[in-house]
Each structure stands twice: as C-alpha cells, then as structure tokens.
Design a protein around this ligand. Sequence first.
Ligand code: CA
Length: 216
Amino acid sequence: MHVLVVEDDPAISGPLVTGLERNGIEATCVQFGSMVIDSLPGKDLVILDLGLPDEDGLDVLRAIRKISDVPVIVATARGDEMDRIIGLEIGADDYVVKPFSVRELSARVRAISRRRVVEAPISIGSIVFDRNRRSVEVSGKSIDLTAKEFDLLGVLLEEPGRVVPRQELYARVWDPVWVGTGKTLDVHVASVRKKLGDANLIETVRGVGYRIVQAT
Ligand code: CA
C-alpha cells in the first residue's frame, strides 16, 4: 500500500516516512495543502497534518472528500479537540495527536486499510484464502491453521512475488519490537507448507525473508 503524508515539518515527516517504510508501507510526503489533490492518484491512504503553511487542513480534507473516499487520518496538535471533532465529522477516518508514535500510527494505517478493503478471497493455485471468514481451503477442502500461521500466510499473500523481510513478518505477525533471531518464523512457515501440502508456494529467500511464488 502507498500512503500520502501531508506534513510541513520535516522533523515529523522524515521519521514517519522511514517508519512506515520499515513497516512495509510505501510513503510519499508533500508539504503543502495545495499539492494534495494532484498527489492523490494511486494513494491508498492519507495522513493529513491539519496545521499546514498554506491552507487550513480541514479545507484540504473537504477538498479530498469532494473527489475521493480514500481513508484519511488527521494529525492534530495536542489540545485541538475541535479540529479533531470537525475532522471526523467531515470525513476523516481516524486521528492521531502529536507527538504520535510511528509504530502506533503504522498500526492504525493497517487497521484502516483492513477495514476499508472489501476483501475478496485470494486464490492461488489450488488454495483459496478468505480473510473475512478466516478460512483456508486447498482443492476445496478446509484446512486448520493456527492464528499465527493464518496471519503469516495473509501477510505473504498480500503481495505475491514480493519478498517479505523476516523483520517485517516478525513485526506484523508477532510483535513490533520482536528481535527476530530465533527459529519461530521458520517453524511456522514449515508448518504452513506442510498443512497446505505444497512446499513450493512459499519460497525461502535465504538471509532475507519469504515470498509467495505464483504458479505459472
Ligand atoms: Ca504543521
């Protein structure tokens, strides 16, 4: 997914963009409200600072809502409760109060994108992965994955072909501060492979991570 960060303070946008990217979220930053509409195409979510140098952030939000229902998280300074309320009223999906933690914001970005996406089951080869029903079928037969195994497979299936780094898998399936040095991940991947009855779907990229190989 690709997030548009609208923020004029590089001391905030810099770590934010880096932090999002570390969580596997692509991010582009613009500093002015006037640049937002032109930058919207291709973005899956907007993080919008309400205190911008050129335009009122709430006006920018109104302008976005005239043309798009892209999810928007507004960022407000502490104490700007009115801005927050108005922001939600005119169509923001969530808000964060500065100073916010990048980790928390990344989690909210993911939560919103999950809520928004109408998640059609993913079919790859003989496998059907249904996030809404939390079910996985192989050749029409339901298989039982543990919660972690299911989440792990779900992260990999988001973008077939992309090598998902080990650290990202640990961060998203286990804990954001996991120091991923153990074998937990590999044990879970091995178990998923076994249950799917297909050792080739999930490819090991040695020293980096794992990826889904799409059947040709
Ligand atoms: Ca600002």
